[in-house]
Design a protein around this ligand. Structure first.
Ligand code: AMP
Length: 114
């Protein structure tokens, strides 16, 4: 099966600004950031989206959730706060069919701005 864009990034076949990697996941800066810090946290396993995860993926999903905090601390947005976004499918605005968590921060996400 053809690799997804994010598998190619994880395998370093496509360059990225990687901020973290381990045996289960990679994290790299979004090419089109919507805030000063915009990182994508991606499992190496090419699950299309969160609806494709099964009980077999429990350890992987737990690992990703724990990495959110670690990465936020590493890039300096844990104290100021940040937003995590997980888009699913067409109506969810997902454009890359490989599960990923957006970690977005470095500016206020408050709406209306206060
Ligand atoms: P989503 O719309 O939730 O599927 O998010 C996909 C994200 O991937 C978008 O924010 C894109 O800007 C980002 N993206 C697409 N291609 C690349 C790339 N080559 N390197 C880094 N981020 C990318």
């Amino acid at each position: 099966m053809e690799k997804t864009l994010f598998q190619k990034i994880a395998d370093k076949e496509i360059p990225s600004d990687m901020v973290y990697e381990d045996e289960m996941c990679v994290a790299f800066r979004d090419i089109s950031p919507s805030a000063p810090v915009h990182i994508l946290l991606v499992p190496r396993k090419p699950l299309r989206d969160i609806t494709c995860a099964t009980a077999e993926d429990a350890a992987l999903l737990s690992h990703l959730m724990l990495k959110v905090g670690d990465i936020a601390r590493a890039v300096g947005i844990a104290e100021s706060g940040f937003r995590t976004v997980l888009n699913t499918g067409e109506d969810g605005g997902q454009t890359v069919p490989h599960l990923h968590i957006h970690i977005i921060g470095g500016r206020s996400m408050q709406w209306p701005p206060g």
